[in-house]
Design a protein around this ligand. Structure first.
Ligand code: CDP
Length: 215
C-alpha cells in the first residue's frame, strides 16, 4: 500500500488557510482535517460544562472524557464565534490537551487512503514533520481582521472592525508566544502571503506547489 500524500497547511487566524485546505482536499480527493476545530470542540465542551477555560485541571479532565467524541460528526457553526475561538487558544496552551489531540491528528494523516490535508498551527513542525508538502498561509493583521469582520457580518453577527482587530491581535500574541516552541524557521515550507490575493489565485498557487512536489 502506498503511503498517503500529506499536505500540511499552517498559518495565523483568518489567513485563508481553512478554505484553501478544504478546496485542495476536494480537488485532490484527499481527506481533510481542520485541526483548529478540534481545539474549538474541546473549548466549547468546556464552556458548556461550565468550566473556566483557564482552569487547567478541570479542562484536562473534561478533555480526557471527550477523547472518544473526536471521531464523531459535529456542528461546525456552533464553533465559529470569537468566544469559542478565544477559549480554544487558551486550552491549546495546555500540553496535556495538545498531547490528546496529537495522536488523533497523526493517526488521521497516517490512516488516510490516498492523501490528507491538515490545517492548523503546528502541522508541518510537530504533527506531520514528514509531510510531502508544507504550506504557510499568512496575511497582514489588518487584512485578516477585515476578512473576519466581513465573515461575522455576513452571518448576522454584530461586531465593530476595531473590536475584531483587537481580538485578532490578542489571539495572535497568545498563539505566537505559545507556538514559539513549535515554530521552526528552518522548516522547509512554501509561504503564500494572501493579503493582496483572491481565493482563486491562492488556490492556483498552492496547486502549482503541489504539482511540483508531487511524487
Ligand atoms: O481559523 P482560526 O485561526 O481563527 O482558528 P482555528 O484555526 O480554528 O484555531 C483556534 C485556536 O486553536 C487557535 O487560535 C490556536 O490557539 C489553536 N490551535 C492550535 O493551537 N493548534 C492547531 N493546530 C490549531 C489551532
Amino acid at each position: 500500500m502506498n503511503k498517503p500524500f500529506v499536505i500540511a497547511i499552517d498559518g495565523p487566524a483568518a489567513s485563508g488557510k481553512g478554505s484553501l485546505a478544504k478546496r485542495l482536499a476536494k480537488e485532490l480527493e484527499f481527506d481533510f482535517l481542520d485541526t483548529g476545530a478540534l481545539y474549538r470542540r474541546i473549548a466549547l465542551h468546556t464552556l458548556e460544562s461550565g468550566i473556566d477555560p483557564s482552569n487547567t485541571e478541570a479542562v484536562i479532565e473534561a478533555a480526557q472524557n471527550f477523547g472518544d467524541e473526536l471521531a464523531k460528526d459535529y456542528d461546525d457553526s456552533a464553533l465559529r464565534n470569537d468566544g469559542v475561538g478565544n477559549a480554544a487558544s487558551i486550552v491549546a496552551q495546555i500540553p496535556e490537551i495538545r498531547q490528546i489531540l496529537f495522536n488523533f491528528q497523526q493517526n488521521f494523516a497516517k490512516n488516510s487512503e490516498k492523501g490528507a490535508v491538515l490545517d492548523g498551527r503546528d502541522i508541518a513542525t510537530v504533527i506531520c514533520p514528514d509531510a510531502d508538502l508544507k504550506l504557510f498561509i499568512t496575511a497582514s493583521t489588518e487584512k485578516r481582521a477585515e476578512r473576519r469582520h466581513k465573515e461575522l457580518q455576513s452571518r448576522g453577527l454584530d461586531a465593530t472592525y476595531e473590536a475584531v482587530l483587537a481580538e485578532m491581535q490578542e489571539r495572535d500574541e497568545r498563539d505566537n508566544v505559545r507556538l514559539k516552541d513549535h515554530m521552526d524557521p528552518n522548516v522547509d515550507n512554501h509561504t503564500i502571503d494572501t493579503s493582496e490575493m483572491n481565493p482563486d489565485d491562492v488556490f492556483q498557487r498552492a496547486l502549482d506547489f503541489y504539482k511540483s512536489s508531487s511524487r
